[in-house]
Structures are given as structure tokens and as C-alpha cells.
Design a protein around this ligand. Sequence first.
Ligand code: PMT
Length: 220
Amino acid sequence: QREKPLQGKKVVITGGPTQEAIDPVRYITNHSSGKMGHALAVAAKRLGASVTYIHGPINLPAVYGADDVAITSAQELFTAVKDTYADADFIIMAAAVGDYRCSSIAAEKIKKNDAVLTLELTKNPDILAWLGEHVSAKCVLCGFAMETQDLLAHATDKFKKKHCDLLVANSLKTSGAGFQCDTNIVTIISETQSEELPIMDKSALAYEIWERLIALHHKK
Ligand code: PMT
């Protein structure tokens, strides 16, 4: 039980980027590699959980023993989350979700006739905020925040607005943190404190995050 504190628990983790189509050839995306979400899913499996890893287009091996759900757009991610969240004991939103999608997707490749091309974008649903309003009382909800300035202020704001139990904040401006790299440097925000952790491998960080999430679960 001590080595497998997540035995019998259902965990849903999202990771990687989303892609929002412009036309059949092009899309809008971001630099997420899926490594952070993957590390959290691998750790959850090792700790005994039943794991669903929902991810955008990534180049990583499937997490052994986990349910693997591949999505492309933010709306597909939202559907996959809605399909799995109801009986989850833990949900972690490590995915870098596109905040906007094209209002309409061109059926054919857009020709480069004009000097300026204007795309109209529509706001995507905020999945973490939706979860904050819909998860069961027993579920521990963990969000992430990726910032480029005023990390603590913006992340604390997200923690409050999205009603998470824990929020893991990282800055794109800090070297060794954030997108693509194997390490991360984070501040973990909870109701009672904000805790700065030193640089560590994403896999080591995953266990640090799990330790805190399991403690929060015990308090529920
Ligand atoms: O994948 P890697 O290369 O390993 O990089 C890891 C990471 C940088 C992607 C990860 O550590 C991280 O910070 N993930 C969250 C990125 C992000 O989208 O942050 P945000 O501050 O824009 O969003 C805040 C939270 O709301 C996140 O939990 C996000 O998943 C969620 N969100 C955002 C927008 C949206 N429409 N719906 C959401 O649920």
C-alpha cells in the first residue's frame, strides 16, 4: 500500500499541444512536447493507478499499461475529458491547450494572393475551469500555468479562477523550465502556500507533484 498509494485510484492526465486547423495544410499550435504529462502518467502507473493519458500530437512512446487517447484540437480534448472525468479520483491538466481556434476552417488550401491574410479566431472552452465547476467532491484537480511574466501573480489568479486544488506554475523565461526540455523549475500553489522547487527532471518532479496530490486526496 505504501509503495502503491494510488492502487484502486482512477487518474486522468492531459499533456502535449493542441492543433487548430486553418486549412487542410496548416494549423496553429504551440511548443509542448507532452513530456511533463507523460512523466506524470508514468509515475501514476508506478504508484498503482489506473491511468488515462489524453494527449495532443506528440512524439513519445505510449505509457505502458495506461489508456492512451490521442486528440488533435482543444474541442477534441474537451470531449475526451468529458468522457473520462466523472469517476476520476485525480485529474491533471498538463496539456498546453490552444486558447483560440479558427472561426471557420477553409475547405481548400488558402492561396497566397493577398499581401495580408486575416484569420478570425474564436475562443476555445477553458477545460480546466469547466472541470473546476464539474468534478466530484472527492476528485483532486491539478492545473498547470505557463507564463512569460509575473509568474506568481498570474498563476495565483488562475488557481483561484479555475478552482483547482493544486496549480503547478512554470515560466518560459526560465532556462531549464517549460516546453520541450527534460527538466522543469516550478512553483506549486495550493490553498495554504506557494512552494518554489529547484530544477529537476520532469520524472522526479512528477513524483513531487504526486506526493502533494495524494496528501490533498487524504484530506478530502
Ligand atoms: O509538454 P512539455 O514540453 O513537457 O512542456 C510542459 C508544459 C510547459 C506544457 C507544462 O508544464 C505546462 O505548463 N502546461 C500548461 C500549459 C498551458 O496551457 O498553460 P496555461 O497557463 O495557458 O493554462 C492554464 C491551465 O488551464 C492549464 O492547466 C491548461 O491545461 C488549462 N487550459 C488552458 C486553456 C484552455 N482553453 N483550457 C484549459 O484547460
